[in-house]
Write a protein that binds this ligand. Structure first.
Ligand code: SAM
Ligand code: SF4
Ligand code: F3S
Length: 463
């Protein structure tokens, strides 16, 4: 007899069967639709794709609009206050939808949902929400939905197994060209400003066989770019450089990227592995956060500016084309303007091709939330503007260096600003726009760079 089981895990399998029955009784021949939106980082997007694959197996289809969905899920981010404000705004606007279509199920999950205080606030003040589930609870989703469809309840579930990695929860992959592959979950670093360790728990790594098997499968299906994910990939429990070496042995034409790397663990072995590899992009996202050793200490980052520069110099010595991007926090509690300038000067010195900069946001429960903070948000906003203006010049200078060169570009799709043009990325991650046929989407093409803007390059197909 054919084995029709979807999951080996008996509890998941049974709860899926039960939910499928409930769905067919409730919706009959009409396929129920889900609208899911993920906020935040790529790991959260990857979690959202796992939830979507579970829902697809349960019988749901997907829609781009909450208006015609039977199930609305907001997969949230808590990293900064404005991320949370956006979610509360979106939840507020779902109130009208719930009044018009009371049968629509509204669920909130992800990092923000994992916080007790947020869960409580939703319970009390956002009655349109039927379900809150945290970052450890995805494996319970079938049971939660089944109860919502059969009982008149609201459910708030922040439990779940904080140590488990369920290899059976796989991502729904709509993009055939690019894929993300999580290699580890959680974070042990407790940077004093950051909420992530509180909402994602301690580090746990997937087994190398599982990661390598997944990457190999994606390459066999024609995937051209794979990004390995973790809050700090170089503390991968089974050796990150070894994992990269194994992945690099896989045949085929594809690229590998990864993020994020913590400077305290960015070793020479890692740089050597990248430089010697065939598939791994010579690009490192290495968040420095700030350029003052005093502030780095208060942030609990465990490296100095000098340590950081050493790893940059080493990489450039091994391969002058090595590219770096970074994250910056402006206005950490107690930071002076002079210390902020040290950050700005560091950016100019390193020459990052991309900088993600944020004004410090106070996160309740973190150590930095207790620190004295004298500088107004308005002032910090001015510092950020100053930094962005200077970085624009740096980016222009970096991009200018590419003019006249021939670069291999992976074509992503059509340009968002000019539909006549294709858009793709170089090995370094720089955007390149050029004229070409849409049949090239998903292919690697050689492009001669003819012009540099501060945000992208323009070029023409070579050969
Ligand atoms: N684990 C990664 C790392 O350490 O680089 C990324 C963590 S976080 C998802 C991405 C970025 O958000 C951080 O690098 C930091 O710059 C920023 N960030 C985190 N907490 C913040 C806060 N409270 N205020 C402002 N920015 C914050
Ligand atoms: Fe947050 Fe620091 Fe962990 Fe990154 S390494 S997730 S910034 S605590
Ligand atoms: Fe990512 Fe935001 Fe959570 S950045 S880990 S979704 S707090």
């Amino acid at each position: 007899m054919e084995d029709t089981k979807v999951y080996k895990d008996r509890r998941l399998e049974l709860s899926l069967e039960k939910l499928r029955d409930t769905i067919s009784r409730r919706y009959g021949d009409k396929q129920p639709l889900c609208y899911l939106h993920s906020y935040g980082c790529q790991q959260n997007v990857s979690d959202g794709e796992k939830i979507m694959e579970m829902l697809r197996r349960a019988g749901y289809g997907f829609t781009d609009s909450a208006e015609n969905a039977d199930l609305v899920i907001l997969n949230t981010c808590a990293v900064r206050e404005n991320a949370e404000d956006r979610v509360f705004g979106a939840v507020g606007s779902l109130k009208k939808l719930k009044e018009r279509r009371p049968d629509t199920i509204i669920g909130i999950c992800g990092c923000m949902a994992q916080q007790e205080t947020v869960c409580q606030k939703i319970k009390e003040s956002y009655k349109q929400v039927d379900l809150v589930f945290g970052t450890y609870a995805y494996g319970d989703l079938f049971e939660l939905l089944d109860r919502l469809l059969t009982e008149k309840v609201r459910l708030f579930h922040l439990g779940g197994d904080t140590d488990a990695i369920n290899e059976e929860l796989v991502q729904l992959r709509n993009n055939k060209i690019k894929a993300t592959v999580p290699i580890m979950y959680g974070c042990n670093n407790f940077c004093t400003y950051c909420i992530v360790p509180y909402v994602r728990g301690r580090e746990r790594s997937r087994k190398p066989e599982a990661v390598i098997g997944e990457v190999r499968g994606l390459v066999e299906q024609g995937c051209r770019e794979i990004t390995l994910l973790g809050q700090n990939v170089n503390s991968y429990a089974y050796g990150f450089a070894d994992l990269l070496k194994e992945i690099d042995r896989i045949g085929g034409h594809f690229r590998v990227r990864f993020m994020s790397s913590h400077p305290k663990d960015a070793s020479r072995e890692l740089i050597d592995t990248i430089v010697q590899s065939r598939h791994i992009c010579k690009q490192l996202h290495l968040p420095v956060q700030c350029g003052s050793n005093r502030i780095l200490k208060l942030m609990n980052r465990k490296y100095t500016v000098e340590d950081y520069l050493k790893i940059i110099d080493y990489a450039r010595e091994k391969s002058p084309d090595f590219c770096f991007s970074t994250d910056i926090i402006v206005g950490f509690p107690g930071e002076t303007y002079e210390e902020f300038r040290q950050t700005a000067d560091l950016l100019a010195k390193v020459g990052f091709y991309n900088v993600f900069s944020f004004v410090f946001s106070k996160r309740t429960g973190t150590k930095a939330a207790e620190m004295k903070d004298d500088i107004s948000d308005k002032e910090k906003g001015l510092w950020l503007r100053e930094l962005l203006l200077e970085q624009r010049e740096t980016s222009q200078k970096i991009n200018d260096r590419f003019v006249g060169k021939i670069k291999e570009v992976l074509v992503d799709g059509v340009s968002s600003s000019d539909k006549q043009l294709l858009s793709g990325r170089t090995d370094e991650g720089l955007i390149v726009e050029f004229a070409g046929d849409t049949s090239l989407i998903g292919e690697f093409v050689d492009v001669r760079i003819t012009k540099a803007m501060n945000w992208a390059l323009a070029g023409e197909i070579f050969g």
